[in-house]
Design a protein around this ligand. Sequence first.
Ligand code: GLY
Length: 398
Amino acid sequence: MTKKVIAGCVGLLAVLAVCATPKEKPKPMSELIEEDFTLASQQYKLLMKNTPALVMPQTFDYKKNKVVTSNTKWWCSGFYPGSLLYIYEYTKDTAIKSEALRRLGILEKEKHYTGNHDLGFMMFCSFGNAYRLFGNPSYKTSIDTAAMSLITRYRPAIKSIQSWDSSSRFKCPVIIDNMMNLELLYWVSDHGGDAKYKEIAINHANTTMKNHYRPDYSSYHVVDYDLQTGNVLKRVTAQGAANESAWARGQGWGLYGFTMMYRFTKDKRYLDFANHIADFILTHPNMPEDGVPYWDFNAPNIPNALRDVSAASVIASGLLELGQYVSKKEQKKYVASAEKILRSLSSDKYRSKPGENGGFILAHSVGALPLKSEVDVPLTYADYYFLEALKRYKDWYL
Ligand code: GLY
């Protein structure tokens, strides 16, 4: 045999060997979920040690090798107690429960906060879960009071809740993230509260549908309004790559928000809207193979742009809820997409090894890249929506 023929045979054998090697079977989701919650419990006990009593964890500073904390007015203050409650619900670990209750104690005073629109994130991800699990009437009082505080920011001329106070840059800014705070309002009306809360939630969602979205169902980040006339003054970004770009987490907030509005209202317009947003996200040519988006779908340096794990977590959780309201065929598509994200986030590429990242579960999120704030770091809300998605998967699809 000539050398050429021998080399050819060796090559052919190598190809056959690769083809014959059985593909490693993916771990069943039940096992993956168990593994994630076990790790989460370990990690959050570390985070607990790293977080002084009167503040909340915010992120991790790799240069100083230290957990960065925030006060309870920070928009993310509800996520740490909320995550602890999801972990407790799964593990029944009483040390985790005690820590959750301690942190609710320092957060409670923020039910009176009116400094921005984030009351839903702050008070419903935390006290909403606590009330769901323990039914303590004082938790409901905190939720009801937070709804009262939030609607002080409702502007009838615009039919929207003002997100941030006016500034040299904005008159009455409303950001897409604000869709998430409607859950608090609708829930309060549906649990013995005044109907005005859900009316405001509906008005806000309708205004957002009208003014925040482009024809391709991608969302602007910020819409600025004239407070007197209610007219749109400008559509811009604060955290995205450009005014006309699709900031990844904003697409996630919209997907989750309109799906949640459908849960409450059963208004098909919200369901259709959420389906369109899901389509935009899932079929986007810049969506990476592993389902974890770049921080902006139009980031300038794709494929070398940073990923945003927090956007992936929000999208996974939103898709799993959307899967509850659609045909079996569409459900299969949404659940498969969410599963792909959850499997990616549970890999070494994104998930902490025990003891890493100060106790956070996931690394590689982006808070606000244009502001050079929280870039490629762990964030509390990435963990929170990851845990929520795992719980949703377990409750609805196992
Ligand atoms: N709500 C702020 C953010 O998504 O960064």
